[in-house]
Ligand binder design. Structure first.
Ligand SMILES: [Zn+2]
Ligand SMILES: [Zn+2]
Length: 176
């Protein structure tokens, strides 16, 4: 597979059981749909109630054709911007893989952690009462788990891929 950006051969990495393709040159990362699916089966109990949606308002998507191309399909990727989300994501409208440039993944993790902790997690914990928090090993422990790569990837996958139908519709309406 070739890098979406600089056309170098991508290298494979195994990160906690998830295979990633990355570019040694520009340090971009490719997540293909199947790789993201592997995340789905992990940490399920924990995440069932984590209700954040960074892309809630589909009208806020701004999508344009990217100069990068899909490492798998070799079709142009689409750049997805969303008001308030810190990163522009490049995705493939055919295979639904996602390309992240250097540093973008870290920004996504920070963003998701902040959202979960400040808005939803705290609200949720307040709703269900303190007993649950104690049973569930305490809020510090929960924060640590949310920081975990797999959990963040899973949230990211759930929320973004659930928007794919809307994103594909917008792409279908693009001129050209
Ligand atoms: Zn590259
Ligand atoms: Zn593709």
């Amino acid at each position: 597979m070739k890098c979406a950006k600089c056309n170098e051969n991508l290298k494979k990495a195994d990160y906690k059981g998830i295979k990633l393709d990355y570019c040694d040159d520009c340090q971009g990362i490719w997540f293909d749909r199947d790789e993201l699916r592997q995340v789905k089966d992990k940490e399920d109990e924990f995440l069932r109630w984590v209700d954040i949606d960074p892309w809630e308002d589909e009208a806020k998507f701004k999508i344009s054709e990217s100069s990068k191309s899909c490492p798998v399909c070799e079709m142009p990727l689409y750049t997805v911007k969303y008001d308030g989300f810190p990163v522009e994501i490049d995705l493939c409208n055919v295979c639904h893989g996602i390309w992240l440039d250097k540093g973008e993944f870290d920004k996504i993790i920070d963003y998701m952690k902040e959202k979960v902790e400040k808005e939803k997690l705290l609200g949720y914990l307040k709703d269900i009462g303190e007993e649950f928090v104690e049973i569930f090993v305490g809020p510090e422990r929960i924060s640590d788990e949310i920081a975990d790569f797999l959990v963040v990837m899973k949230l990211f996958e759930y929320r973004l891929l659930s928007k794919m139908p809307a994103i594909s519709q917008i792409i279908a309406r693009l001129p050209g």
